[in-house]
Design a protein around this ligand. Structure first.
Ligand code: DNO
Length: 348
C-alpha cells in the first residue's frame, strides 16, 4: 500500500511541507476546486497542481474527486454535454500522468453528519451521525451546511433538486449511473485511468433521496455494470462500516481479489444504536472496525495502491476543517504504516 494524505490545495491551512514530514508519506490526494462542476478541468491547472505537489517532494497520487454534475445523476438531457466534459477532464488527467480518480454518485449531498464537534471523553472532538438528529434536519430550510456539501445551492435550487429527484428512485439512479459508466469507462481505459467510486456515506437513503453504493451486493452489481479494471472502487471503511450489516473486511478482500480496489480510505467509526455512529480514532480498540484485519486484507491481495487516513478527530487544540486536521490524521497514517510493517514482516 502507498500512504497518501488529502490536501485541499492552497486554501488548506496544512502545508505540503508539514504533510511530507509524516513518516512514510508518499503521495497527495487533491482536486481542482475552482472549476465549476460540469466544466472541463484545463490542462494548465492540472499540471500546475502536479508541479506544486512534486516540488514539495510528494506525488500527486489521486484526484478526489472529479465531481459528477447532478444533471448526470438525474439523467437530464444536458447530461451528454456534461459527460463529454467529464471524459475530457479524464483525458487531461491521464495525459498529465494522474491515474487514479475518485468520485461518487450520491444525489445532492456528499457525506452527511449531524454534528461536527461532538466532544469525546478525552476532550477531543469528532464528527457524529445521530439518526434522531438527522430526522429533525430539514434540507430545504436553506440553513444546513456541512464541510462535505456544495454550499453554492440557494434555497430555491435545493427545492428544485428535490422536485427533480422525486422522479428518481433507486432503479432509475442505477440506470443513470449505467449510462454514465458506459461512456466514461472506455475513456478511462484508453488513458489507463483507474476510476474508483466512493461508497455512499452513510450507506443508506437520506432525506428521502436514493443511495445505491451501499452494500456488498450493490458493489457487486456496480462492478458488473462494466467489466473493466478501470471500473473500480474506493473502499472506505468508515462509510461502508457505518452499516452494521456490512462486513467491511470481507468486502475489501472480496473486491480486492477481483482486482477492483484502487483506493482505500481508512477511518474508524464507533457504531451506536442502529443507524448512529461517532467517528473515532483509527486505533481498532476505539471503534467498530478492526484496522489490523483491514491491513491484513490489503496485504492478502497484494494491494499496492493508495490509501489515506480518512477523517480524524480534532485533538491538541487544533482548529480547522472538521475531520481534516493534521494531527489525528498523521497519527492515523503512522498507525496504519505500523500495522502494515508488522503484517509484511510477519508474512515473510
Ligand atoms: C469525505 C470524503 C468524501 C469523498 C467523496 C468522493 O471526507 O471521503 O467527501 O471525497 O465522497 O467523491
Amino acid at each position: 500500500m502507498k500512504m497518501t494524505f488529502r490536501w485541499y490545495g492552497k486554501e488548506d491551512p496544512i502545508s505540503l511541507e508539514y504533510i511530507r514530514q509524516i513518516p512514510g508519506m508518499k503521495g497527495i490526494v487533491s482536486a481542482i476546486y475552482d472549476v465549476p462542476v460540469g466544466e472541463v478541468w484545463p490542462m494548465e491547472k492540472i499540471t500546475a497542481l502536479k508541479e506544486e505537489v512534486e516540488a514539495a517532494g510528494l506525488e500527486l497520487s489521486v484526484i478526489e474527486s472529479v465531481p459528477v454534475h447532478e444533471d448526470i445523476k438525474l439523467g437530464k438531457p444536458s447530461r451528454d454535454r456534461l459527460i463529454e466534459n467529464y471524459c475530457q477532464t479524464l483525458r487531461n488527467l491521464g495525459k498529465a500522468g494522474i491515474k487514479t480518480v475518485c468520485y461518487n454518485f450520491m444525489p445532492v449531498f456528499d457525506w452527511t453528519r449531524s454534528q461536527l464537534d461532538y466532544r469525546l471523553e478525552d476532550g477531543s472532538t469528532c464528527l457524529i451521525y445521530d439518526e434522531e438528529d438527522i430526522a429533525k434536519m430539514n434540507p430545504l430550510s436553506g440553513e444546513l451546511s456541512l464541510p462535505g456539501w456544495d454550499s453554492s445551492y440557494t434555497k430555491e435550487d435545493m427545492k428544485q433538486l428535490f422536485d427533480d429527484y422525486a422522479e428518481v428512485d433507486e432503479e432509475q439512479l442505477w440506470e443513470n449511473l449505467t449510462y454514465f459508466i458506459n461512456k466514461v469507462i472506455p475513456v478511462a481505459e484508453e488513458e489507463d485511468v483507474l476510476m474508483a467510486i466512493h461508497p455512499d456515506d452513510p450507506p443508506w437513503n437520506i432525506f428521502g433521496l436514493p443511495r445505491i453504493i451501499t452494500t456488498k451486493e450493490n458493489l457487486e452489481r456496480f462492478i458488473n455494470l462494466y467489466d473493466s479494471k478501470s471500473n473500480g472502487l474506493t473502499m472506505c471503511s468508515g462509510s461502508l462500516g457505518a452499516d452494521r450489516n456490512n462486513d467491511f473486511v470481507d468486502m475489501l478482500k472480496y473486491f480486492g481479489d477481483k482486482g477492483r480496489v484502487h483506493f482505500v480510505h481508512a477511518r474508524n467509526v464507533k457504531l451506536i444504536g442502529d443507524k448512529s455512529f461517532q467517528e473515532s480514532a483509527h486505533l481498532s480498540e476505539k471503534g467498530s472496525i478492526d484496522m489490523y484485519e483491514v491491513v491484513k486484507a490489503m496485504h492478502s491481495f497484494g494491494y499496492e495502491g493508495p490509501i489515506r487516513p480518512d477523517h480524524g478527530r480534532m485533538i491538541w487544540g487544533e482548529t480547522g476543517k472538521p475531520g481534516y486536521g493534521l494531527y489525528d490524521r498523521a497519527l492515523g497514517a503512522t498507525y496504519l504504516n505500523g500495522l502494515y510493517e508488522a503484517v509484511c514482516k510477519s508474512n515473510k
